[in-house]
Design a protein around this ligand. Structure first.
Ligand code: SF4
Ligand code: ZN
Length: 332
């Protein structure tokens, strides 16, 4: 829809100016072969997502982390900084706030060097890409050592093309994602699927149903899935609506409910990254129970404790149930 594409683009502000192009790095927990392990995360600063420059998804402000016109030598320097910080964690996640396999964002030679560098010690590397750049994978496939895995993460968000077009402004269809996922699997690699919880214009109940339906639809082609509750990034359509009282990030109860239903439909690794959890800009409850529910979400996903949500309760659950029931009427 052209009007939505243009409006999303009009909300963008120029990327922040930086003195140096230093990657952001940290260590977090992840799962590998059923065990909780350390994962090294590196966010390289590239020229950013090409879709974001043209229009961009309604909830995504990652374009602000990009460096327009970044040179290949700067990307190489970032790789050296990351290699110096890396301590042999078995899982390595290399993110670019865009598409690793987009040659214009990460030149093919840099893609190869990144993978070669980390595969010296890592068992698994995770990269992100939009489906249209997946064919670029074929040019680096030979760098992945036998017995080690490459996970290609794609933000599907929703399996419903109407949600993709009118709520997320994703710029591709479910069929595009399916084709790319088949390509990844055909090359012998893993598909990680990001599922969005509560795009704008959906009620609380609709968003739970849409996320669960997406897990259902994507289960067969996915090795792993991540449920991503919307967090409000600056200068996005979601922020525009939120500031006018027209959008609330999902309840943490909705995150819990979606995870419970999703786990009955998908037997692979199911994670959930609650960005800004418990804050006004992230998935939140009443404030009193947020920490307990976030803890239960971590136990459910990272430790596989399927009864993690039974122990948490709060009076605000009633309010959440009401919002599920009458959200459609309130939204008109
Ligand atoms: S969500 Fe992904 S595809 Fe959409 S604008 Fe952001 S980086 Fe690009
Ligand atoms: Zn509460």
């Amino acid at each position: 829809m052209e009007a939505l594409e243009q409006f999303c683009r009009s909300l963008h502000r120029p990327a922040r100016r930086r003195r140096s192009s230093q990657p952001r790095m940290w260590t977090e927990k992840d799962m590998l072969h059923g065990e909780t392990v350390d994962a090294f995360v590196c966010i390289m600063q590239t020229s950013g997502c090409r879709w974001s420059r043209r229009s961009g998804c309604t909830m995504c402000g990652y374009y602000a982390d990009s460096i327009p016109g970044v040179e290949e030598t700067q990307l190489q320097e970032q790789l050296e900084m990351a290699a110096a910080r890396y301590q042999g964690e078995p899982v390595v996640k290399i993110f670019t706030s865009g598409s690793f396999f987009d040659e214009r964002e990460v030149p093919g030679e840099v893609q190869r060097r990144v993978l070669q560098t980390f595969y010296e010690q890592a068992d698994k590397v995770v990269v992100e890409t939009r489906p249209s750049y997946v064919p670029g994978l074929d040019d680096v496939a030979d760098v992945v050592p036998p017995g080690k895995s490459l996970s290609v993460a794609m933000g599907l968000e929703s399996a419903n093309d109407r949600v993709l077009e009118y709520a997320v402004n994703k710029g591709f269809t479910f069929a595009d994602w399916e084709q790319a996922a088949e390509h990844v699997r055909g090359a012998g690699f893993e598909v990680k699927t990001y599922v969005l919880l509560k795009p704008p214009f959906l009620t609380e109940e609709e968003s739970i149903q849409d996320a669960v339906a997406t897990v259902d639809a994507a289960a067969e082609l996915s090795h792993a899935m991540s449920l991503n509750p919307v967090a409000i990034h600056g200068n996005t359509l979601v922020e525009y609506l939120w500031k006018r009282g027209l959008y609330r990030p999902p309840w943490l109860w909705s995150v819990a409910e979606t995870l419970k239903q999703a786990s009955q439909r998908f037997s692979g690794q199911l994670t959930c990254d609650v960005v800004a959890g418990g804050k006004q800009r992230g998935a939140h409850n009443c404030g009193d129970c947020d920490a307990a529910v976030l803890e239960a979400i971590a136990e459910f996903t990272l430790q596989g404790k399927r009864d993690a949500f039974q122990a948490v309760s709060c009076n605000c659950r009633e309010e959440w149930l009401d919002s599920r029931e009458i959200g459609g009427f309130l939204q008109g």
